[in-house]
Design a protein around this ligand. Structure first.
Ligand SMILES: [Fe+2]
Ligand SMILES: [Fe+2]
Length: 232
């Protein structure tokens, strides 16, 4: 199975934010990503979140997400999009996928003998879901350990995990999911997980722990060729 992966476009009308995020250029970069994925005959594209960035005008946020959706939907490569904390700052999950299209909402799937597991960590460590206007990129939590334990126990397939925020033990603590250690114990304990794919930490990072590859992809908004093909 061939995956096209990209993350953190942070698309907005701003030319540059935080000194390094070239927000307004991201739409063209997403188009370039899909041209590459089509040329490479990817079976599925995964966007790991932070598709958009905040605008002072809420209507503009909606328009920006519609433009991103237009690019994604124009491709022949099917896509799923995880929500990042910046998406959650602008939209509820239902509002986000109403604009993108329900078919872009990730749900676990089995294909070609591989199980793809999508985790949502857009929650505060107290278990409360991020709300529009109320998020914290350093306080992130995934409340689905029980479901994950069941999924990995019942799976006959090799497992690949996708999540916006970071499970990688090597990632800086403030980028890591508060219960990352517990989730990693579930992932490493089952012996079936081959890789964990993440965004959120914009420089990117690669490491291996307990036989699992942790790949954090660099952000689209901060580099020119931040789109990747993974054979799994
Ligand atoms: Fe980001
Ligand atoms: Fe993020």
């Amino acid at each position: 199975m061939r995956l096209g992966i990209y993350t953190d476009p942070h698309y907005s009308s701003q030319a540059v934010t935080c000194g390094v995020r070239y927000n307004s250029r991201s739409l063209e970069k997403i188009k370039a990503a899909y041209r590459y994925f089509e040329r490479m005959h990817c079976d599925l594209a995964v966007c790991l979140g932070d598709l958009i960035d905040k605008e002072s005008d809420r209507a503009l946020q909606t328009e920006n997400l519609r433009k991103v959706a237009g690019v994604i939907r124009a491709s022949t490569v099917p896509t799923v999009c995880l929500m990042g904390n910046h998406d959650a700052f602008a939209f509820t999950a239902d509002g986000f996928y109403r604009i993108l299209g329900a078919d872009l909402r990730p749900s676990d799937r089995v294909a070609d003998g591989r199980r793809l597991v999508f985790l949502d960590a857009c929650y505060f460590r107290n278990g409360v879901r991020y709300q529009p206007g109320d998020t914290d990129w350093t306080d992130t939590y995934c409340p689905f350990e029980a479901e994950l334990r069941k999924t990995v126990a019942s799976s006959d397939e090799n497992i690949y995990v996708f999540v916006h925020q970071n499970l990688d033990p090597a990632a800086e603590k403030r980028h890591r999911i508060a219960n990352a250690d517990g989730i990693n114990r579930i992932l490493s304990g089952c012996g079936k997980v081959k890789a964990v794919y993440q965004g959120h930490y914009h420089p990117g990072c690669r490491s291996v722990w307990n036989g699992i590859r942790y790949v954090t992809f660099p952000a689209v908004c901060e580099s020119d060729d931040a789109f990747f093909v993974e054979e799994i």
